[in-house]
Design a protein around this ligand. Sequence first.
Ligand code: F6R
Length: 365
Amino acid sequence: EKGGFEHFMLKEIFEQPSVMQDVMRGRIHLEDNTLHLGGVKDHLEKLRKAKRIIICACGTSWHAGLIGEYLIEEFARIPVEVDYASEFRYRTPIISPDDVVMVISQSGETADTLAALRMAKEKGALVMGICNVVGSTIARETTCGMYTHAGPEIGVASTKAFTAQVIVLYMLALALSIGRTIKDEEIALYLKELSEAPQKAASIIAQHADIRAIAKVYKDARNFLYLGRGFNFPVALEGALKLKEISYIHAEGYPAAEMKHGPIALIDKDMPVIFIATRDSTYTKILSNIEEVRTRKGKIIAIATEGDQEISNLADHVIYIPYAAAPVTPLLTVIPLQLLSYYIATERGCNVDRPRNLAKSVTVE
Ligand code: F6R
């Protein structure tokens, strides 16, 4: 059932191009640049008029939520807040009936996320869910929502469910924007960019042997730092989480510009730093962060856009990804980070599908 793969996690990473297509199937229509989001269509007006959208989730789903914040604010210009479900439920949050509370959960059973949803519902907010498991408790208790259609995720570390969540959020953000906050040509462009993601993802996965070679170099590192900005800041957090949970190496993700405010003190020759440095509006800022790490002899692994020569002079290793519009890049940049974690963990002999101390679904708080 692992389809010839050594672990479910690797199978699920490799499945992502086809999962991406499954998530979009029937929902995006390139012939007339429309979106058909069945699970939310009756509530779309209410969603568009929301005074605020509050996203609640845990772990990897929370990282997807952060990307959702950037996407919804960028496209739909609706204020978004992202909260850990466990914090939200215990901090007497301010929720009013013109708020929308959106919960994101692969399993649809996470105790804190479910409690956050119940609390929001009680306060009269419209509750929306993004779940992978069909018929799960969260899916049943939300008023509207969308399934991620990623198929069963068996590996404890979430991979394909994350990319599917990000695609759902991207489609939703566009659906909230049409005829309102962005021009028709932009909708057409962003839909086209999204539809090209699966094929680009496949070309990244095809570089697995090169990524494995990098993993062999760093498998004994004690710490890792992951840095990214904008849409790729949450990807830095996700890359660090993936490494921690399956390889037991301490890793932290930060917005790249925060490096100066503390983490730079940690940098020496034994600190590998992973930079997500795709070509977008903050590229030159990231380059100067890379230079700062280089001056302090940190090891640099960069995720960069194909054709970027400049970065190869600065980084110790570069993993290239095809060019994509900035809002699409998280779907691509996360893949080399998943693969790097997977190969580092397997090189260290870790049981990647069943990491110690972790459960696939956290149904107790
Ligand atoms: C990380 C991971 C966890 C889950 C978290 C939420 O790889 O799997 O951090 O993302 O426990 O789970 P769901 O999405 O099922 O609510």
